[in-house]
Design a protein around this ligand. Sequence first.
Ligand SMILES: [Zn+2]
Length: 205
Amino acid sequence: MAIVDASSLLKPLYPSLTWQIETAEKNVYLTFDDGPHPEITRDVLDILRSFGFRGTFFTVGQNMERYPEMCERILEEGHVLGNHTYSHLSGYGTSKSDYLADAERWSDRYQTGLFRPPYGRILRKQIHALSTSYRIVMWTLLSWDFQVGLDRDRMLSKMKKGTRPGAIVVFHDSEKASGNMLQMLPRYCSFLKEQGYSSFAIPQV
Ligand SMILES: [Zn+2]
């Protein structure tokens, strides 16, 4: 299976977005998109807690309305919430005003300084409008956990090779990804620990 990470194409076009965190420390930034989910997010939180790691959860507003107690637990355990729009909207083919309204609807309940565009699809005019209130967070390493038939071993070794100080790593606490993610996450966390890395929540600027 040929897997091409769109970040290699997008990064040179959008250098103002956050693709990694500047640090010389052995810190990585685990991120979890598309939750919260009552069981899957709970499992992720248990895994992170067992390693003493922190993460950033880019949640979908619709899911937050369904499972507000998971959001509370995320925050109580020292993690951070990021805006992933209310209805998981792609920026492509969406007007600036509709996109902003959907992002704004997310923040009815919580305030955050972090935003990640669903599918990584965002247009310049949308970036321009959101960047006054948000740090727009992309990624360094994508786990491809949502991919059916993923070769997990191969992907994990690719992620291990790509791990470096400041890397932003994407997993998904969604039903679609959970089969791969719940297998890969503990193994990746063990690797990080062995290599002397910790995971932190992305700083809000
Ligand atoms: Zn998403």
